[in-house]
Design a binder for this molecule. Structure first.
Ligand SMILES: [Fe+2]
Length: 228
């Protein structure tokens, strides 16, 4: 008798747990969060450097004050007009952990002294975040620099080429051609942009035109070279 009573009590207890288990299973399943379809699709022009649904940021020549080594050449160029230097248009369809953003860059061609037109360059605020750059049109290079400034690398950025920028690495895009350099950058939504560190110290190397070819040179060596 006692055995039967115990068995039925245990059975009842198990049966009472089943609805709770099923309910909690449903509660722990994360809802599928797909943003509206329009935010998942955007079209870009690989020659014009435009992006549908993107929020554009423009940098003019005056925004580049202090970035080029040859200040005399910079002032002389600025006196001719504060022209558009580059534009970046970004799409941010989602935020948070795991989300990705991407942007299209349009860097105009030209020189300041012997230095090619370039972007300001930046670290990611979240230093560990990497990024892919994909060349679409034009000819350029990417200058990479380690956080402690002891290592530098110059890599081609051209149509049909991709450059992986590892975390903890400053990166700058440079147009070495005669037409706009158009490229995509794909990066974690949480990467953030730290322009302050570069504004303060700049890159340790410059990329200059030597006999029509881009050459990476230590900034101090360039400054003392008599090349300008
Ligand atoms: Fe970046």
């Amino acid at each position: 008798m006692v055995f039967l009573w115990l068995t039925s009590a245990i059975l009842c207890s198990i049966l009472m747990q089943i609805p709770t288990f099923i309910l909690s299973s449903f509660l722990t399943i994360k809802p599928i969060m797909i943003p509206n379809a329009a935010s998942l699709h955007s079209a870009f022009d690989p020659v014009m450097g435009t992006l549908s649904g993107g929020s554009p940021t423009e940098r003019r020549l005056s925004d580049m004050s202090g970035y080029y080594a040859d200040t005399k050449a910079f002032d002389s160029l600025l006196a001719q007009g504060d022209a558009l230097h580059y534009a970046v248009s970004a799409v941010a369809p989602a935020e948070g952990e795991g989300a990705l953003h991407y942007a299209i860059g349009n860097l105009l061609p030209g020189r300041v002294g012997r230095e090619y037109f370039m972007t300001k360059g930046h670290f990611h605020a979240w230093r560990a975040a990497g990024e892919y750059y994909i060349g679409l049109s034009g000819e350029g290079v990417m200058l990479l620099e380690s956080e402690d400034g002891t290592e530098s690398l110059l890599l081609p950025l051209t149509a049909n080429a991709a450059v992986y920028v590892p975390g903890y690495t400053a990166h700058r895009t440079i147009n070495t051609g005669d037409v706009p350099l158009i490229y995509l950058g794909i990066y974690p939504a949480q990467a953030g942009h730290d322009y302050g560190a570069i504004a303060e110290r700049n890159f340790r190397h410059v990329v200059v035109d030597v006999d029509g070819k881009p050459v990476m040179m230590a900034r101090e060596a360039y400054m003392g070279s008599g090349m300008f």
